[in-house]
Design a binder for this molecule. Structure first.
Ligand code: DC
Length: 224
């Protein structure tokens, strides 16, 4: 059995994927890769360049020219660089969240980012989170998890994260935005948000982060 398998974690916005994936990576000494951050970085570049989000070719060009680097810190944190500039905080703004599904539906953008993600996982030992990791990016990942939670719980979690950063949004507004993002992510033609047939689906509405992390690390250690 491979000693450093890849772990794919997919799921909708606010399902707790990032927190869980980061902790699993920390416990196993694996590399954590947040693919949503890459779509966000491309979206930021498109907004800065004043690109029309209906212009698919222009969005593809933005993705082709964007240099997106994910730099892991010694404390498990992840820095996101866009064209060598640190945009870690900026890509979390509500403005980016509202536009990112429009970038993520563009085939040329997905093709480019999927290639980069596959290159990052080539050596094994990564915990990669996103929407299409188990289905498209790493179809051979040994462990595939699809994390879900109720939309009420997901919007509550996202609100908490945002208010810690100083953004104030009403809960109903957050839930509406999350459901709209799910709809766009789940209905696009390429790499839609959907569990791989061989993914384990975990509903974490009533589970603690530690419980979910424990479930996943057990799976990884069992295969060693
Ligand atoms: O996980 P997140 O909220 O940071 O993701 C931001 C957006 O990027 C989300 O709307 C879906 C999209 N995304 C995607 O289409 N494929 C991925 N592998 C990761 C994210």
């Amino acid at each position: 059995m491979d000693s450093r398998p890849n772990i794919a974690i997919d799921g909708p916005a606010g399902s707790g994927k990032s927190t869980v994936a980061k902790k699993v990576a920390e416990e196993l000494g694996f590399l954590y890769i947040d693919t949503g951050a890459m779509y966000r970085a491309v979206t930021l570049k498109a907004l800065r360049n004043g690109v029309d989000f209906d212009d698919l070719a222009a969005l593809g060009e933005v993705a082709a020219s964007a240099v997106v680097d994910l730099i892991a810190g010694p404390d498990g944190s992840l820095k996101v660089l866009l064209d060598h500039e640190d945009v870690t905080e900026e890509i979390r703004s509500p403005n980016i969240s509202r536009s990112v599904s429009l970038t993520a539906r563009v085939p040329a953008v997905r093709k480019r980012l999927v290639e980069l993600q596959q290159a990052m996982a080539k050596q094994g030992g990564v915990v990669m989170e996103g929407r299409d990791i188990g289905t498209v990016v790493l179809p051979n990942a040994r462990i595939k998890i699809f994390l879900t939670a109720s939309s009420g719980e997901r919007s509550r979690r996202r609100l908490q994260e945002l208010s810690a950063k100083g953004y104030e949004i009403a809960q109903y507004q957050m839930e509406k935005e999350i459901l709209e993002r799910d709809r766009l992510d789940a209905t696009r033609e390429i790499g839609p948000l959907t569990p791989a047939p061989d993914a384990e689906i975990i509903d974490c509405t009533d589970l603690s982060i530690e419980q979910v992390v424990g479930l996943i690390t057990d799976r990884a250690l069992a295969g060693r």
